[in-house]
Design a protein around this ligand. Structure first.
Ligand SMILES: [Zn+2]
Length: 555
């Protein structure tokens, strides 16, 4: 970590110079400026929410927590009167692009071209105003960048706490974990990094690079993963988020009981550097190979909730693909309950198998998921040592950030920052540099965490409950009759009959109680209904009308 303080000295000088310039820029009288709002007091966030200004990023760095937002001069005055600590970083951001840059060494900072305007520096990350070309040049300089999208972020978690706080080791999960095979990981890496030709579209093809702008090679890489996912019987979407970029690839295993509850395990597929050759074995061939292996194993089992296996593109250009998809998901109100993002998970040069798990304090379930990861390592005696990092700025620089910004639960699983691949973003990031034991253990822990976090594995398969609800008197169908489904361990929820009085529900095998409560009828309950694997259990209900007692009027 000391490497960062060297960076600080050099850059402070630069900031003072340019900040003055930025605020002097020509601005439209009521145009929104790009501002920084420091979160000092506990109620500061609520004040910002009350002010209703669009917030674009929530950051921590150098021991402070702050927001980047947009505000007109009037709004700035209102914010300052609340009082809130507000700095104008760019008085006229209109049309310009802004990026957050993370630097891991002093050498990197000094490479910033003079035309790039530095707007702020928090001791770890720098906010710059730059063209996309400049930003990508920085990425080529092994700097981590993330584009600052001017789409307002969600400041609060989207759902209550659902991630299990405690777990019981499960023999079925243990059997899945042992299926994680080093050889299979190695084989996928060979194909993804061009060490060996891969079969794509039935033809051998050598993937020499997966760089976002490489054209055919990266397109082939997306086809490669898509084909492997399709063979597993998963629904595969090629999500084209920009005509000039390769698509994201997302495979879905629909939930059998609660399909609208969604869990995602993911990794970015694109890599660095630009040019003919970019193996990207650790960054991020390792995460991609892990998603392929996990999808292969989990596709053999049944889950009540929906699982998605996702490969993002455009990550190295600022999480462009994942932001596009997460923005669409948010717009569609997808009920995403957990995202496990793996980025650089196979380099470990020392005997200490440390790894970092990043979470955000303002998303309690992301902290719960990070702690769950650590519990999984203990419960299944896995040979990695996770360190849970809360609000560490490094966590912003991978695709999990796109989900944090929309209030979704997510974690980043990444190799130890203090034993980080020295081949990062170079042509030397090759398969031969990876630690396969560490890699396999990392994937086992990720798979176990994903399955336990989803908490919807159906160990004994599924069956079907169905029947008709009618009026006992003349047998008329009763439509929209609410039926609640109870189970020994939990209330499964309720369904209702259709126009013909028919109902059906897919359920994990087990014993259930059904209760029908149609208005105007005596409610009815039937318990001990056995649902067996692949079988249809039929239970009809004939409801008696409620007796209506009319008061006798005695004259
Ligand atoms: Zn990466």
């Amino acid at each position: 970590m000391e490497r960062r303080s060297l960076a600080l000295a050099t850059l402070t000088a630069v900031i003072v110079l340019t900040a003055g310039l930025a605020s002097a820029g020509a601005s439209q009288p009521n145009a929104s400026a790009l501002i920084k709002i420091s979160l000092i007091g506990d109620s500061d966030l609520a004040r910002v929410e009350a002010a209703g200004v669009p917030v674009y990023a929530r950051l921590t760095g150098g021991g402070e927590s702050y927001l980047l937002a947009g505000a007109s001069p009037e709004e700035i005055a209102a914010l300052q009167s609340m009082p809130l600590d507000v700095d104008v970083l760019d008085a006229s951001p209109g049309g310009a692009s802004h990026y957050l840059v993370l630097s891991r060494s002093q050498r990197q900072l000094s490479s910033l071209p003079p035309r790039v305007r530095i707007l702020s520096y928090d001791g770890v990350q720098t906010l710059i105003r730059a063209t996309q070309a400049d930003a990508e040049m920085l990425a080529a300089e092994e700097l981590e960048i993330t584009a600052l999208s001017l789409e307002p972020i969600t400041l609060l978690p989207r759902h209550g706490e659902i991630i299990p706080k405690t777990i019981e080791p499960d023999p079925l999960v243990a059997s899945m974990i042992t299926q994680v095979d080093q050889t299979e990981l190695y084989q996928y890496e060979e194909w993804l990094t061009g060490e060996e030709p891969a079969m794509i579209g039935g033809v051998p093809y050598t993937i020499t690079t997966r760089h976002t702008y490489s054209g055919e090679p990266v397109e082939k890489a997306t086809q490669f993963v898509g084909e492997h996912l399709a063979v597993l019987g998963l629904d595969v979407e090629y999500h084209s988020w920009n005509a000039s970029f390769p698509p994201n690839v997302i495979a879905t295993k629909p939930g059998l009981v609660d399909p609208d509850r969604i869990f995602i395990i993911c990794a970015h597929l694109d890599d660095m550097p630009a040019g003919e050759v970019a193996p990207g074995a650790d960054d991020n061939g390792s995460g991609s190979a892990a998603v392929l292996v996990v999808s292969h194993i989990l596709s053999q089992f049944e889950f009540g909730c929906t699982l998605k296996f996702a490969f993002w593109t455009g990550e190295e250009q600022g999480m462009l693909g994942s932001n596009a998809w997460a923005s669409r998901a948010s717009g569609e109100h997808l009920n995403i309950l957990g995202v496990l993002n793996m980025d650089m998970i196979a380099y470990n040069s020392d005997d200490a198998p440390f790894m970092d798990i990043h979470a955000r304090s303002w998303l309690p379930d992301s902290v719960a998921m990070a702690n769950l990861f650590a519990d999984i390592v203990d419960a299944y005696s896995l040979e990695v040592v996770p360190e849970v990092l809360i609000d560490d700025p490094l966590g912003n620089y991978s695709d999990n950030g796109a989900f944090w910004d929309r209030g979704y639960t997510a974690i980043l699983a990444i190799e130890d920052e203090d034993d980080f691949s020295p081949h990062y973003h170079t042509v030397d990031d090759r398969l031969s540099t990876l630690n396969l034991d560490y890699f396999a253990q990392f994937v086992r822990a990720s798979l176990g965490t994903f399955v336990h976090a989803s908490d919807c594995l159906i160990p004994d398969g599924i069956g079907y409950l169905e029947g008709h609800v009618t009026a006992a008197s003349r047998g008329d169908a009763i439509a929209n009759a609410p039926i609640s489904i109870g189970h020994a361990t939990a209330d499964i929820g309720s369904i209702s009959t259709d126009g013909s009085g028919y109902y059906t529900r897919t359920l994990p095998t087990g014993s259930y109680t059904l209760t029908v409560q149609a208005s105007g009828y005596v409610s009815q309950s039937v318990g001990g209904l056995r649902v067996s694997r692949g079988q249809v259990t039929t239970q009809d209900f004939a409801l008696r009308p409620l007796a209506i007692y009319l008061p006798l009027c005695v004259r």
